[in-house]
Every structure is written in C-alpha cells, then in structure tokens.
Design a protein around this ligand. Sequence first.
Ligand SMILES: NC(=O)c1ccc[n+]([C@@H]2O[C@H](COP(=O)([O-])OP(=O)(O)OC[C@H]3O[C@@H](n4cnc5c(N)ncnc54)[C@H](OP(=O)(O)O)[C@@H]3O)[C@@H](O)[C@H]2O)c1
Length: 341
Amino acid sequence: MVRKIVYPKAGGVETIQIIEVQDPVPKSTEVCVRVHRAGINFAELMMRQGIYGSSPDFPFTPGYECSGEIESIGSAVTDFDIGDRVIAMTGFGGYAEKVCLDYRRVVVIPQSVTFDQAAAIPVTYGTAFHMLVHLGRFANGETLLVHHAAGGVGTAVAQICQSLGASEVIGTASREKREFVESLGMKFVDSATGDFVKKCKDLTDGKGVHHAIDPVGGRHLMKSYKSLRKGGKLYYFGASAAVRGNKRSRLAEIRMWLGMPRFDPLRMMSTNKAVFGVHMGLLEDSSIFEGHLSSINKMLLEGDVDPIIDSVWRFERVSEAQMHIHKRKNKGKVLLDFSPE
Ligand SMILES: NC(=O)c1ccc[n+]([C@@H]2O[C@H](COP(=O)([O-])OP(=O)(O)OC[C@H]3O[C@@H](n4cnc5c(N)ncnc54)[C@H](OP(=O)(O)O)[C@@H]3O)[C@@H](O)[C@H]2O)c1
C-alpha cells in the first residue's frame, strides 16, 4: 500500500486528507516513480480552494512536479532503468509516495543534482525560462520588474535574468523579505506600501523597464504595464490577487476581476509594447517545455542557476506547509518530503 494526499472537496487546508491506496502499476508506456520530493506551487493552493480554472474535478491528488527514483517500468518503455533518479512532470498526482506517468514526462537527472533541487526546478524555472528566454528574448543590459520576488518563480526569474546580464532587477515582496531580496541582487520595493512604477522609472532615467513579470492580476497588472518603457514586454501569468488566506474569498475574486485592465491595441501599437499571457500547464506543444528543461539543466550544471529551497516538510504536514505559503513566509521554494523513512 502507498499513501497519497487528496483534496476531497474545495476548502481550506483542514480539508486535506492522506489516504492509503494499492501500489500503482505502470501501463505499457508509463514508468512508476518512488517519490522523494514534491514541489508545492501557489496554483495548488488555488486548486484546493476551488478557484483554479484548469484542475480536475474533486476529489483529486494535486502535484505538478516531483523528483524520485524509477521503481518499475511499463512493457513498452526502453529509455529508463530501475533506480534512475528523475524529475517527473506529473501535472497532477505528484503529492504521493508513488506515481505512474507517461515516460515522456520524465527526465533523468545527473548524480550531482539533489532531489531537492530537482523538485524545485520544473514549474518555477520552466515558467521563468519560458517568459524571459522563449517569449521575451531577454538581452544583456536589459531591466526587469518582478513581483513575489522572494517566491519560487520570483527567485528563479532573478537568477535567470541575472545570468543573461540584466543591468537592473526590481523586486516587490513583503516588507520582512527586504534583506533576502536585496541579497539576490534586486532593488527592493515593499509590495504593500511601495510605488514600484516610480522605482522602475527612477532607476531607468525615466524610461521604465524592458520586462515586467506579473502574477498578481487586477489593477496591479496595469501598474506593471505602466512600469514598462516603450518597446517593453509584460507577462501576465497568475491571479494571486484573488487569494486572501486559507479560505476562498469571493470578495477578493470579484475585486480582481473588476480591476482587470483592458489593453488598448492602438496605444500598444504606438508604444510598441507587448502583453503575453502565460500558462505553462496549457502549452499546446510539450516539446517546448522539454527544451526549456534541458537548457535549465545545462544552466544548473554550469552554476548559472541554483534553486533556493525555503523549507522541506514531511508530507504528513502538508497543511502546515501550505499555510506557511498562505502566510507569505516562504523565501524560495517549499517542498514536501515523501522519501522512505
Ligand atoms: N501561469 C503559469 O504557468 C504559472 C506557473 C508558475 C507560477 N505561476 C504563478 O506565479 C505566482 C508565484 O508562484 P509560486 O508557486 O512561485 O509561488 P510563490 O511566489 O512562492 O508564492 C508565495 C508568495 O506569493 C506572495 N503572495 C502574493 N499574494 C499572495 C496571497 N494572496 N497569498 C499568499 N501569498 C501571496 C507572497 O510573497 P510576498 O508577500 O513576499 O510577495 C508569498 O510568499 C503565483 O501567482 C502562481 O500562480 C503561474
């Protein structure tokens, strides 16, 4: 028997259950991974609240990503050996002691990469790489604004754009994270009280930044757009403004929707600005993501990036781990430990 985490219905962390099920058996084109670490993503908190558009019906096991070892292999799979250390892009189901998935969603990791690092890479670095490199063609000497700068994606964005030669990175976060954000080479703006539009202009001779990364939504998104210079690029990829703590807040959701900007294409044309919508879970062509992962792997081995792990929690403490994120305490990635005791 194996244990896995289940969201039985929409609700707060108190609804989360851990259940025992039969050992999963891989189908012919699948491998079974004995999970060591699973990443926790902000989206999985939103799924639990029932406000994430592209998640399965309840009950389900969340978990976009995990790392572990191949335990068994389907009859048609030839690319893996039992015991291979891997990253698994599960999509859903990664919060489990064992998970079976299509072998094409699994990548072998070098011996020098730890299970912690491996589980912290796919969503955060994959998303950051997609925006900055694939869409944005981030160039040496360019400037960038990033929100939730101390979080999983935020720290990955900072590392990647600095390795590409960013001249200025402005990061917003909760007040308590100032020192941490500055230690990563960013200029800090307090997300509750600071004026990030002004800071972006002040640090760029009044022009604004080349790139702005916004996972907040609502009115905040237009402010990020205004932080751009002519020719700048805005990436919209989250809705954290719709979340207010552990329980679903319909008021926050409504506020976010009402505050969502309508971009004027004529103005965009006359300023040469671009707005990208980004949802990595809904990419049509999965080979794009696979390409990102192999580039990130190279950056990791060359020391250009190194995932920052905030904390690792035994999976039985998943509710506390998610509350840690709800309380905005994390600096870097939060992981669940599923390794055999
Ligand atoms: N579209 C995609 O494909 C994609 C992929 C990955 C992530 N995302 C989005 O990117 C954002 C960051 O994701 P992540 O997984 O790396 O999470 P994260 O940044 O580690 O998330 C936690 C941090 O977000 C900040 N935050 C802002 N509003 C919050 C709220 N209402 N409740 C709690 N914390 C809040 C807090 O930091 P501060 O208070 O210090 O800012 C908190 O520490 C999320 O909005 C996520 O949905 C989107």
